[in-house]
Design a binder for this molecule. Structure first.
Ligand SMILES: [Cu+2]
Length: 199
């Protein structure tokens, strides 16, 4: 190769290297190619102490060893909660015998009305793996803070009230660490296959 060709080759490779670098920077800056980050995963979840639908204390430690889903809602919810709980039930049905290796926690944001008895009655229409959990205002505030879950009491005209709340389903691994939001907008068998990866 003559010196001219070598110089041309060097310039060309420097140009290509520059191009790759630029492209990488663009990818990093736009966040494409990497999963979107909502928050530091370790910052979501954490310890909690609540009462289950049988009146027994339930803590994050009781759920160790199995992956679990967490959903905040309330039994008077007209649509979002029953739909989500129905979807989660379907997913657990699709898991078959493996359903026993996972848990799903439904935490009420309306402990005033959702007593353990009320939760038990309400959850009887869904998959038995669903654990209902309630806490006093302080316990609820603590668990909601841990999960960055938003909820708010909204008065209605007739003197009644409803609860405004987030509809995120959290997927937690068997060590209680947050994995990702768990999508219910897919076929239950696909969601079950996704959950099965964490068993
Ligand atoms: Cu709801």
């Amino acid at each position: 190769m003559n010196p001219r060709a070598i110089r041309l080759l060097l310039v060309l490779s420097a140009f290509l290297a520059g191009l790759v670098l630029c492209f990488t920077v663009v990818l990093l800056v736009t966040g494409r190619g990497a999963a979107p980050i909502i928050a530091a995963p370790s910052a979501i979840g954490g310890p909690f102490r609540l009462t289950d639908q049988n009146g027994k204390t339930i803590t994050d430690r009781d759920l160790r060893g199995r992956p679990f889903l967490v959903f905040f809602g309330f039994t008077h919810c007209p649509e979002i909660c029953p739909t989500a709980l129905f979807d989660i039930s379907e997913i657990f049905n699709k898991l078959g015998p493996d359903a026993e290796k996972a848990n799903a926690l439904f935490i009420t944001v309306d402990p005033e009305r959702d007593t353990p008895e009320k939760l038990k009655e309400y959850l009887s229409s869904f998959n038995p793996r669903l654990i209902g959990a309630a806490g006093d205002a302080e316990q609820l505030a603590a668990v909601a803070k841990g999960y960055r879950a938003y909820y708010k009491k909204v008065p209605l005209k007739d003197g009644d009230y409803t609860m405004d709340h987030m509809a995120t389903v959290y997927l937690m691994d068997k060590n209680g660490a947050f994995v990702a939001p768990f999508s219910l907008k897919r076929r239950p068998e696909d969601a079950a296959a996704d959950l099965r990866k964490y068993l």
